[in-house]
Design a protein around this ligand. Structure first.
Ligand code: ADP
Length: 413
């Protein structure tokens, strides 16, 4: 006997939806995707969790009206996820819906053990907890999200997709710091890299844009969001990336310094009397673009540069100079480069950053066409002139879709 059912996926007999959860320290982002056609059914963001001014914004499916908002204190991640589940239920897409195949969780640090997406068991959760000392800012929130989701749907497959996984193919000589081996191993100190889901997705899309298989191309991916990282991807495998033990290493970011002489930290401790925690906050939250000029939004920085603001101009130059150094270094690491690809908030939207980062790199086969670079679009596109030996491209990233793809691939059998 069949009961009336408006749930198409369930009616078809096969659950095909994936809920993607990205639990940050004070926020939860969620997206519900239909894997039959990779469409986004609903999405939302809960921010300022734990504060009086918490806010949930939920975007219902097409035809379901505009975004809905809830304001007022949401005490913790548990409450946040329950509120999100209520909003989804109001759209007929609740967590108890038979169409839901799995929940995919973004987990920042997977250490060396997790080289691929993994179905979450008690043992897996324990291992993610064991990694908290190397990811104190990120893994605890991810763990809370997983615990809550498991409590809400204990029977449903839950999958962890790790930011570090794509980088586990880095050769040992790229992953190790040149420090005492025993000390490094005792404390699991090595370069892990982050934003791996984005680097994986974007490098694959770039190969598609070039009309080639990922195995046949060498790509430099520049993920320039508020956090920023570069990667060198050879034949679909990551061989080098700019973030290290933590997301602090590498490029200049919105609020992080990126590369710095480690002796700066001893100096700050000895001479300025700063504590380890204060230095941590300085380098992670008060440095980068915001430390250099007071703003971390590239739109605002460019507006100030155009008005002749010298501090903003210097911040922009430092940001671009670091990018150039990485493009050069990764060209050397790869030997042959087929494409340099810009992605994330700054990479996808800031034509001036792309132009400045590639300027003067003709000897490396790189050039940007001003007209193509000025085009604004949400699809993958080339911005290099026909004559350039190496393609320069803009490829919008979609970490949620990649998490959903990886999650679904693991549970759809
Ligand atoms: P994250 O996911 O790391 O928070 P995003 O990838 O969303 O970051 O990028 C956010 C950043 O992108 C903003 O801080 C801003 O600097 C930049 N950005 C967004 N839109 C534009 C734009 N139109 N022009 C230039 N920069 C932009």
């Amino acid at each position: 006997m069949t009961t009336p059912n408006t749930d198409n996926a369930a009616a078809a007999g096969k659950p095909s939806r994936v809920l993607v959860l990205n639990s940050g320290s004070s926020s939860v982002k969620y997206q519900l995707l239909d894997m039959d056609d990779r469409s986004r059914l609903a999405s939302g963001l809960v921010e300022r969790i734990g504060e009086e001014t918490s806010r949930l914004v939920h975007t219902p499916p097409a035809g379901g009206g505009g975004p809905r908002e809830r304001a007022g204190r949401i005490a913790d991640h548990d409450e946040a996820l329950r509120a999100a589940a209520e909003e989804l239920a109001a759209d007929g897409l609740g967590l108890d819906s038979p169409g839901l195949a799995a929940i995919g969780h973004r987990v920042v640090h997977g250490g060396l053990r997790f080289t691929a997406p993994t179905v979450i068991t008690d043992d897996v959760l324990k291992e993610i907890e064991r990694l908290v000392p190397v990811a104190p800012l990120h893994n605890p929130a991810n763990i809370t999200g997983i615990r809550t989701a498991r409590a809400l749907r204990p029977d449903l497959p839950q999958v962890a997709v790790f930011d570090t996984a794509f980088h586990t193919t880095m050769p040992e000589y790229a992953a190790r710091y040149a420090i005492d081996v025993e000390t490094a191993d005792a404390h699991r100190i090595r370069r892990y890299g982050f934003h791996g889901t984005s680097h994986a997705y974007v490098s694959r899309k770039a190969a598609e844009l070039l009309g080639k298989e990922p195995a046949d191309v060498n790509v430099i991916v520049l993920h320039l969001g508020n956090g920023a990282s570069a990667s060198a991807v050879a034949g679909g495998r990551c061989v080098e990336t700019s973030m290290g033990l933590t997301p602090l290493e590498g490029l200049v970011m919105g609020t992080r310094s990126g590369d710095i002489d480690p002796a700066v930290t001893f100096h700050l401790k000895r001479v300025a009397g700063m504590s380890a925690d204060e230095i941590d906050v300085l380098l992670n939250k008060k440095s980068g673009l915001v430390g250099l000029c007071g703003d971390n939004d590239m739109r605002e920085i460019r507006r100030r540069v155009d008005e002749g603001d010298e501090r903003a101009a210097l911040a922009f130059d430092i940001y671009v100079h670091r990018l150039k150094k990485y493009i050069g270094a990764y060209s050397a690491v790869l030997g042959r480069v087929d494409a340099v690809v810009f992605t994330a908030g700054v990479g996808e939207n800031s034509a001036p950053v792309r132009e400045a980062a590639i300027a003067g790199l003709e000897e490396l086969g790189l050039a940007v066409d001003a007209d193509l670079n000025a085009v604004r679009s949400g699809v993958p596109r080339l911005i290099s002139p026909d004559y350039a030996r190496v393609a320069v491209a803009v490829v919008p990233t979609d970490e949620e879709l990649e998490i959903a793809n990886q999650t679904f691939a693991l549970v759809d059998n």
